[in-house]
Design a protein around this ligand. Structure first.
Ligand SMILES: Cc1cc2nc3c(=O)[nH]c(=O)nc-3n(C[C@H](O)[C@H](O)[C@H](O)COP(=O)(O)OP(=O)(O)OC[C@H]3O[C@@H](n4cnc5c(N)ncnc54)[C@H](O)[C@@H]3O)c2cc1C
Length: 198
């Protein structure tokens, strides 16, 4: 098979790249190491290791990839553990659905502030991503939220506590809908998002 472009990985980056190239008329192939998951194939909890973790050598074909990066010269306490997604959709299968815009310090970082006005440059892209991902503000005040607020207040940073922007349709469990602002297909409304349960 021949393609104009072969995209490796179907996560947020790869899938958007493939879509935009296909829209421009290129023939595009996407190679994905993980499997495709139907709605009812996701593990109910992260304790179901075989369905949650991606570790083919151990017979695990789930959505959570764990990669250990070791330094060339080993020292105790060195190295990095990387969590990422596996499967058609990449990290979007396992991420916590929180979708923030950067704080002002990002736009004015001395490394790139002189190149352009990044806030202005990126605004329409954030708008589009938010619309396509159906970003909304999490409306509930759960026990976890109250605990977080109490800890923040105890640390003297209670004023920074705020409800989270999430790419989740908040509706009644089982209700199917397409958000007015989203072009994504209808999804099942979750009882609570993964992040809220974790
Ligand atoms: C547990 C968790 C929670 C997160 N929560 C949030 C959040 O709330 N908000 C937020 O903004 N971000 C969150 N993130 C981060 C976010 O998921 C990533 O930044 C994002 O997925 C990165 O997109 P990407 O396209 O670069 O890579 P990915 O989405 O990781 O996609 C890469 C894809 O490539 C595939 N692949 C890799 N190697 C190969 C190969 N050799 N051949 C074929 N396919 C390959 C992988 O299987 C994967 O599907 C979270 C991440 C994790 C792990």
């Amino acid at each position: 098979m021949r393609y104009d472009v072969l995209v490796i990985g179907s996560g947020f980056g790869g899938s958007v790249t493939a879509l935009r190239l296909a829209e421009k008329g290129y023939s595009v192939g996407v190679l994905e190491a993980g499997r495709r998951f139907a709605d009812d194939e996701f593990p109910q909890t992260s304790w179901r290791a075989r369905r949650f973790l991606w570790a083919p050598r151990l017979g695990c074909y789930g959505i959570q990839r764990l990669t250990v990066l070791r330094p060339a010269v080993r020292r105790s306490g060195s190295g990095v553990l990387v969590l990422s997604g596996a499967g058609v959709g990449g990290g979007s299968l396992v991420y916590a659905n929180t979708l923030y815009e950067p704080l002002p310090a990002f736009y004015t970082d001395p490394q790139w502030r002189d190149i352009t006005d990044w806030r202005d440059e990126l605004a329409r892209h954030y708008d589009q991503a938010k619309r396509m991902l159906g970003v909304t503000t999490y409306p509930l005040d759960t026990g976890a939220d109250r605990a977080m607020r109490a800890v923040a207040e105890r640390m003297g940073v209670g004023h920074t506590f705020h409800p989270t922007p999430v790419g989740v349709h908040i509706g009644r469990p089982g209700e199917r809908t397409t958000t007015r602002t989203s072009v994504a297909p209808a999804r099942n409304a979750p009882a609570a998002c993964t992040a809220a349960r974790a």
